[in-house]
Write a protein that binds this ligand. Structure first.
Ligand SMILES: Nc1nc2c(ncn2[C@@H]2O[C@H](COP(=O)(O)OP(=O)(O)OP(=O)(O)O)[C@@H](O)[C@H]2O)c(=O)[nH]1
Length: 423
């Protein structure tokens, strides 16, 4: 399969007079999709709302040959060079998260075009933005709809930082879901305001919007969430209020809350759900389907996300940090995959750096005799292996970059400017 797809890229380059930059983009998209092809239609045992955490020894990578050492140091040099560069242009293999992809066939090969069904006039497809305050269950609902854990879920607010694109397909539709970071009223760091900008760009380009609220909380107006998420309320797309966590309140209470939201908010419909247990999720899908325009699929039906594997690897490590450490520490951490090497006859090698803002946070992360970091790396490795369905060597190191949450250049490099590394 890989061979066939690679061949398509080569043929296209020979036959079409495209520029080197175009080729790089096509190639970046192709290679990222090749990686994703690995997690198409995989039945994983990952829970939707919870995660496993077991202990075992951390695998360490040992450099086996001089050639390999040289290769790794070249990679590191290239990365440092990239870090010193202010540009961070698309040319270096970035995937845009802020632009809604058109039904653009430019990045699809013949095989994929064939896969997309253009013959069915009743096929629906489009974009759905999930917005809401932190901790209301956006990631849980998104994972539940896709049927696979793509977004990390923790009991702490504001764990989602990036817009996560998840694809939910059936023979008659394709819903492209944007799980967004929770809308925050008090934006404290440059990171927060950049995250909010991404929320807005997700909702603006969406065909419909789901506003999630927590059924356990006293009902409140959602104007603020909508304004932050959509901007101009007059042009807002069809909006559904999802009353989530209905499993935690009595049926009588649910009816009262639905009534309140129907009366005091300007939404098209209110649907109570329990994202965690999947109750009401089909009703949400039916509502979305009624709002999506007819048209062919944007992506092949067996793809569940456009993000590259390394993105999810970093997210898994971040989730484990949230689960293991307390207070401000998880919020001060940025996780970067600095080296990801697929190896034919050996475990894949993944090198991850956790960036913190202060040395005191680094000390906490590492723990006495490195025990805390070892625990973190083990929990992360087990989940990464489960996600990738293969064994990996995971190496985790901690670095201090003072005030990275205020540094726009670094934030862009980390993907908060609406672009993530495609490879
Ligand atoms: N009981 C119950 N808990 C839920 C439900 N949906 C989500 N949760 C829990 O609520 C917490 C927050 O869920 P997330 O999906 O991370 O919430 P989020 O809105 O994406 O959070 P942010 O990243 O802060 O934006 C987790 O502990 C979930 O397990 C639900 O339907 N019922």
């Amino acid at each position: 399969m890989e061979l066939v797809l690679n061949l398509c890229v080569n043929i296209r380059v020979e036959n079409n007079p495209i520029s080197a930059r175009d080729y790089k983009l096509v190639h970046a998209g192709r290679r990222s999709r090749l990686r994703q092809a690995q997690f198409r239609f995989k039945s994983r045992n990952t829970d939707i709302g919870t995660t496993t955490s077991t202990t075992s020894t951390v695998s360490r990578y040992s450099v086996s040959s001089k050639k390999e050492q040289l290769w790794i140091s070249e990679l590191e040099d290239a990365r440092l060079e990239e870090e010193d560069n202010d540009g961070y242009e698309l040319d270096s293999g970035f995937l845009s998260l802020s632009e809604k992809p058109d039904r653009n066939m430019a990045l699809l090969d013949d095989y994929e075009i064939e896969e997309l069904d253009y013959s069915d006039p009743n096929h629906h497809s489009g974009y759905v933005a999930l917005v809401g305050k932190p901790n209301v269950g956006k990631s849980t609902l998104s994972n539940q709809m896709i049927g696979q854990k793509l977004s990390i879920v923790t009991d702490k607010p504001q764990t989602t930082r990036h817009r996560i694109l998840g694809i939910c397909s059936a023979p008659e539709y394709q819903m492209i879901l944007y799980d967004t970071p929770g809308v925050i009223e008090k934006q404290m760091h440059k990171l927060d305001s950049m995250m909010m900008k991404n929320v807005r760009s997700a909702a603006i380009s969406a065909n419909c919007v789901l506003v999630l609220v927590d059924a356990c909380k006293v009902p409140e107006k959602i104007d603020e969430v909508l304004e932050e998420g959509i901007g101009n309320l007059q042009d807002k797309p069809p909006t559904l209020l999802v009353l989530n966590k209905k499993d935690l309140i009595k049926p009588g209470e649910i009816a009262k809350k639905i009534e309140w939201y129907e009366k005091f908010t300007d939404v098209d419909e209110v649907i109570p759900v329990s994202a965690k247990y999947g109750h009401g999720v089909d009703d949400v899908k039916d509502w979305i389907l009624s709002k999506l325009p007819t048209g062919p699929a944007y992506y092949p039906k067996d793809i569940v996300s456009e993000h590259p594997e390394r993105f999810f690897v970093a997210e898994i490590v971040r989730e484990k940090i949230f689960m293991q450490y307390r207070n401000e520490v998880p919020y001060a951490c940025q996780v970067n995959v600095v080296n990801y090497k697929n190896r034919e006859n050996a475990k894949d090698f993944i090198q991850v750096e956790v960036v913190v803002e202060r040395n005191s946070q680094k000390i906490i992360l590492i723990g006495k005799q490195g025990k805390a970091l070892k625990l973190l790396a083990t929990a992360a490795r087990l989940d990464i292996e489960d996600f990738l369905q293969k064994k990996v060597y995971l190496e985790v190191e901690v670095k201090v970059k003072e005030n990275w949450r205020q540094d726009e250049r670094l934030l862009k490099n980390y993907g908060y400017g609406g672009q993530i590394r495609a490879l």
